[in-house]
Design a protein around this ligand. Structure first.
Ligand SMILES: Nc1nc(=O)c2c([nH]1)NC[C@@H]1CN(c3ccc(C(=O)N[C@@H](CCC(=O)O)C(=O)O)cc3)C=[N+]21
Length: 281
């Protein structure tokens, strides 16, 4: 079987070309004003700093603005809430990204939920999640929404198919399951307490690895012809799924790197553009 490579890197680049044109058109209509993303990084984790930088760079490539708020590792919940409130009030900021994780003394949920719905381009608020889950208008959570855009582009059939999502985190597994359900998939959510994980995965037409553990999902658990989506990214360039032995017997798969990661960033800036269009038009 020749498996389809779900090439997130190439698709993100293609989408950026469209977005660049849309940004230029919006700018012309809006007297030179452009959509702007505010990123908030708390602490000095080097991997988080790299991701935040990549998000700012992506804005720049399509002609959008970005501002970077950097706060010390000792920041309190009250201080972070104040920083978010200020960005909520700033008419030149159209989207807000609070990089996860934040230091443990901070109430991350309270801070996510302080982001104004219309600026929640990363899809992290309870309100946005609830609206998305109910099929109402909302910006989806960036990683699962990026996966949905990738599957849609490659016309991977979802309706009636059995999707098994491994992981139930608030910004990945849980919204992923709701989005697949919204696309009429039959969805199983597995997690760290699931018994007989392998048996569940053997039933899957579509497997989404979202556990955050390197190659936790073994190739032998995945049936021939399945669609494999790997949202993990670990040192050494491996994901949550043991991809090596799979690439010639599945129907489609996302490479790591170059699959889900670039679509996450693209979705964030895509939704920032949409928020900018709403505010500036
Ligand atoms: N509020 C919040 N929203 C997020 O969306 C969010 C977050 N917090 N915290 C951390 C994770 C991680 N994340 C990635 C984004 C892009 C790549 C990416 O583009 N990776 C490249 C490789 C990057 C490299 O060169 O190392 C790839 O997969 O091809 C990876 C990981 C977003 N996250």
């Amino acid at each position: 079987m020749t498996a389809l490579v779900l090439d997130g890197k190439a698709l993100a680049a293609e989408f950026e070309d469209d977005m660049r044109a849309r940004v230029a058109q919006l700018k012309a209509r809006a007297n030179g004003r452009t959509p702007q993303l505010a990123t908030i990084l708390v602490g000095e984790d080097p991997a988080s700093a790299t991701y935040v930088k990549m998000k700012g760079n992506a804005c720049e490539r399509v002609g959008m603005g970005s501002i970077k708020v950097e706060l010390p590792a000792s920041t309190t919940t009250a201080e972070l809430l104040a920083a978010i409130e200020e960005l909520n009030r700033d008419p030149d900021v159209h989207g807000i990204l609070l990089q996860h994780p934040v230091p443990s003394q901070i109430d991350e949920r309270a801070c996510f939920d302080a982001i104004a719905l219309e600026k929640d381009v990363d899809g992290v608020t309870c309100l946005g999640f609830g609206r998305m889950s109910m099929g109402e208008d909302a910006y989806g959570c960036a990683t699962p929404k990026g996966i949905m855009r990738l599957l849609e582009h490659y016309q991977v059939p979802l309706s009636g198919r059995h999707a098994v999502v491994v992981g139930r985190s608030p910004i990945l597994g849980k919204p992923m399951a709701m989005m697949l359900l919204g696309a009429n998939a039959t969805v199983t959510i597995c997690h760290s307490r699931t018994e007989n994980l392998a048996d569940h995965i053997r039933q899957a037409d579509i497997v989404v690895g979202a556990v955050g553990k390197p190659e936790f999902i073994k190739a032998e658990w995945i049936k021939d012809g399945a669609v494999v989506v790997d949202a993990g990214y670990h040192p050494g360039g491996v994901g949550d799924i043991e991809l090596g032995p799979l690439t010639d017997r599945v129907s489609a798969w996302t490479p790591v790197p170059g699959g889900v990661g670039p679509m996450t960033i693209n979705t964030l800036i895509f939704q920032t553009l949409a928020a900018g269009e709403k505010a500036l038009d």
